[in-house]
Design a protein around this ligand. Structure first.
Ligand code: 5GP
Length: 191
């Protein structure tokens, strides 16, 4: 029988380059990674597509998914904005023998690792400093000043959770962080 795929959890405070790192490592076909598409109640950003970046849902649809036990975890990542991992995504990808890559918040990452144990590798992407993080969020230009303050404050709490992850990668130089992350995944899936 074909071997079931494993789970690679990537968590980080917002603005640490997590999505960029994920987009890079997904291109490495040897790692057989496939992105787990989350459900969310937030509005799509420009260029985002339903069923590609997220499954965009109303709060009612999201609540239905929770009561039907369709999500393996969910968090209110920002006030009023829910994000969750559909069980169907994990099963669909693993049953093909491919490895699931999850871009989820820090508490979600800890919860998924607890659920899947040795089948999961949890990686925490850390910014070099809080100042660098604020600069990156500013230059990204997708968030209001209030939202940036909110994200920076949250980052302090999240960095304090980093020792609950299997591995930590500091994203100072992107190419180095990508290579480090790839190496960690490689040794985990070949174990
Ligand atoms: P964004 O709104 O910038 O796309 O995502 C905000 C945060 O929500 C990011 O930290 C992202 O990793 C997290 N997130 C995305 N999907 C999920 C999910 O399914 N579960 C949890 N717990 N967090 C998620």
């Amino acid at each position: 029988m074909m071997k079931k795929g494993k789970l690679i959890i990537i968590s980080a405070p917002s603005g640490c380059g997590k999505s960029t790192i994920i987009n890079e490592i997904i291109k490495n076909h040897d790692l057989k990674l496939e992105f787990s598409i989350s459900a969310t109640t937030r509005e799509p950003r420009r260029g985002e597509k339903n069923g590609v970046n997220y499954y965009f849902m109303s709060v009612d649809e999201f609540k239905n998914a929770i009561s039907n036990d369709e999500l393996i975890e969910y968090e209110e990542v920002y006030p009023g904005r829910y994000y969750g991992t559909p069980r169907s995504e994990i099963d669909r990808i693993r049953n093909k023998g491919r490895n699931v890559i999850l871009d989820i918040d820090v508490m979600g990452g800890i919860n998924v690792k607890r659920k899947f144990g040795d089948d999961a590798l949890s990686i925490f992407i850390q910014p070099p400093s809080i100042d660098t993080l604020r600069q990156r969020l500013n230059s990204r230009g997708t968030d209001s000043p209030e939202a940036i303050d909110q994200r920076v404050e949250k980052a302090g709490f999240e960095i304090a959770q980093s020792d609950r992850f299997d591995k930590i990668v500091v994203n100072d130089r992107l190419d180095v962080a990508v290579r480090e992350t790839e190496d960690l995944i490689k040794s985990f899936i070949n174990k």
